[in-house]
Structures are given as structure tokens and as C-alpha cells.
Design a protein around this ligand. Structure first.
Ligand SMILES: [Ca+2]
Length: 306
């Protein structure tokens, strides 16, 4: 009994007494991690883990996992995976997660999602849930053949009736659609897309901040980057959207305005000079892709083209 101040011993006794009165250990409310794998983890399926989880818990997939059908996420949990782990949908629809209103605050992060067969549907559907985060995932379908207009409609995510949806740092490729962004608000930033018919389709009442996204594999470009449907009620600035997202094209279907930046310099491409006169009196400076250093280079380009 040396060196222990009386006050500390008194305090320790008080804590024990409080815990005894409450009848539960003080750690009961702390966030827990629940592991998922076919055998040997806390739970064998995502659905079982979500069922057992409480808001604030993290569900971690530890090895490649096949799933058949969708898991309903109706709690503010985080679903993630160890690096390199793939979750493969084996059902007849790609829908792997359905985030319901009770799942407001949920996070789906760090997953690789794909499907065994070419099936339609969105891998993540967010319906009526607020403040959901989709971050750092890689989502792709099997390779599709033929023109994109005939591709099976699979999508990384869809949303409807959401506030504060955050979609950041994801890699979305080889899908008919990256995000089908319907009613609601949020942020789409820092995602990389390629090989889709449309990276981000903005449907009715989609009011999102879209910046810092970029195009991936230039050998497999998407047909369109950001498409604002005619029914959309948010006034998007097409040129500003194009400038804010690296190498993504933009198309406002209500006005027909587009932003095309084939050389990815952040400036909309122009029609090329149709004749030498268009190069003169400073005209050369207004062209983009091709761009010119001076009038002489512009004229030479026209002459070489015949
Ligand atoms: Ca350009």
C-alpha cells in the first residue's frame, strides 16, 4: 500500500459501484466489429452480420464472398472488407445492398463488388436514407460485348429521396451506368470511371455537387461522363461541370448543350478551323483540340489537312 493516493482508490471504488448499479459493463455501448466469411468468422453472411449489428458497428468481410440476393442495410453500420476481397453477386439481379431509411448514416466502403454473370440491377441502392456514404469501393460487372446501347443495365449505385449522400473515391467501370443519380442531394467527388455508357446520369430532382471526378482507362472510354436528363429540375452549368471533372464529357439533354474535352485539357474542344482565314486576326488562339501556338501553326494545320 505505497504510492497509491487515497483519492484514486476512492475513485476506483466509485466506478465499480456505478457499474454494479447499472448492471452492464461500461464498454457495452462501444462500437464493435463483426467479421464475415464463409466459415470461421463471427457471421457466415452479410445479412446475418447486419442483423446482429448495432448502429455504429463495423462489418468486415475478411475473404472473397459470394452472395445471392440483396442485404438490407437498415442500421447506421459500416460495411467494409479487407484489401483485395471481392464480393460477388450470384443472383439474377446485381442488387447487393439496399439501404433503407433506417439505414441513414450507413457507410459502404472499401468493397470490390461484381457479379458472376451479366445481370441487371444496381449493386447499391439507396432509398430514402440520408447521410449515407459510398466510398473507396471498386464496382464493375462482367465484360459486355457489342454496342453499349445493347448492354445489360447494371449500375454501381442508384439513389432516390436522399439527403447528404456522399459518393467519393470509388472506381466504377465496365457497367452500363456508374451512378443513376435520382432524387436528392449530396456530393459526388474523386471517383474514377471508364467503360460505361454513362458515368453519372442525373434524373429527376437530382441536386448534387459533382467535382474532382475523372476518367480512367483511356483505351476504354465511357460513352458519356455526366448526363443531365431533360426531366432534371436543377440548373447545372454544363461548362463548369466539364471544367470541374477531369476528362468527363457533359450533356444537358434539356438544352442540348455539351462539354467535350477529347484532349483532356479542361477546356471544351472547338470545331477545327475550316479555312486559313479562321486562323487570322487572333482566330488561332480560340481553337482547342487541336490547339495552336500561333497563326502560322494554325495555317499550316489547315494546309496540311487539304
Ligand atoms: Ca480540350
Amino acid at each position: 500500500m505505497t504510492g497509491v493516493p487515497v483519492s484514486k482508490r476512492v475513485l476506483a471504488g466509485a466506478v465499480v459501484t456505478a457499474a454494479a448499479v447499472l448492471g452492464t459493463p461500461s464498454v457495452a455501448s462501444a462500437a464493435e466489429e463483426l467479421t464475415v466469411c464463409t466459415a470461421g468468422c463471427d457471421h457466415p453472411t452479410l445479412a446475418a452480420a447486419v442483423s446482429a449489428a448495432s448502429a455504429g458497428d463495423t462489418i468486415r468481410v475478411t475473404e472473397d464472398l459470394t452472395v445471392a440476393g440483396a442485404t438490407t442495410v437498415g442500421k447506421a453500420v459500416t460495411i467494409t472488407a479487407d484489401a483485395g476481397v471481392t464480393v460477388t453477386q450470384t443472383g439474377t439481379n446485381a442488387r447487393t445492398f439496399t439501404v433503407t431509411p433506417a439505414g441513414s448514416g450507413a457507410t459502404i466502403s472499401g468493397l470490390e463488388l461484381t457479379s458472376a454473370d451479366l445481370v441487371r440491377g444496381e449493386f447499391i441502392g439507396v432509398n430514402g436514407a440520408d447521410d449515407v456514404t459510398i466510398s473507396g469501393n471498386t464496382v464493375h460487372g462482367p465484360v459486355q460485348q457489342g454496342p453499349m446501347s445493347g448492354w445489360v443495365t447494371n449500375r454501381a449505385w442508384t439513389n432516390n429521396d436522399v439527403d447528404g449522400l456522399t459518393v467519393t473515391g470509388n472506381t466504377l467501370h465496365t457497367l452500363r451506368t456508374g451512378g443513376y443519380v435520382d432524387g436528392g442531394s449530396g456530393v459526388i467527388a474523386g471517383n474514377v470511371t471508364w467503360n460505361t455508357k454513362g458515368d453519372y446520369l442525373l434524373g429527376e430532382q437530382a441536386d448534387f455537387e459533382i467535382a474532382g471526378n475523372s476518367a480512367g482507362d483511356p483505351s476504354l472510354p465511357s460513352e458519356w461522363g455526366i448526363v443531365v436528363f431533360a426531366v432534371n429540375e436543377t440548373p447545372y452549368d454544363v461548362q463548369a461541370l466539364g471544367a470541374a471533372n477531369d476528362c468527363l464529357t457533359v450533356w444537358d439533354q434539356a438544352t442540348g448543350e455539351t462539354f467535350i474535352d477529347g484532349d483532356c485539357d479542361g477546356t471544351a474542344d472547338t470545331a477545327p478551323p475550316a479555312g486559313k482565314d479562321e486562323c487570322k486576326q487572333g482566330g488561332w488562339a480560340g481553337f482547342n483540340n487541336p490547339s495552336f501556338r500561333n497563326q502560322g501553326q494554325c495555317v499550316s494545320w489547315v494546309v496540311a489537312r487539304g
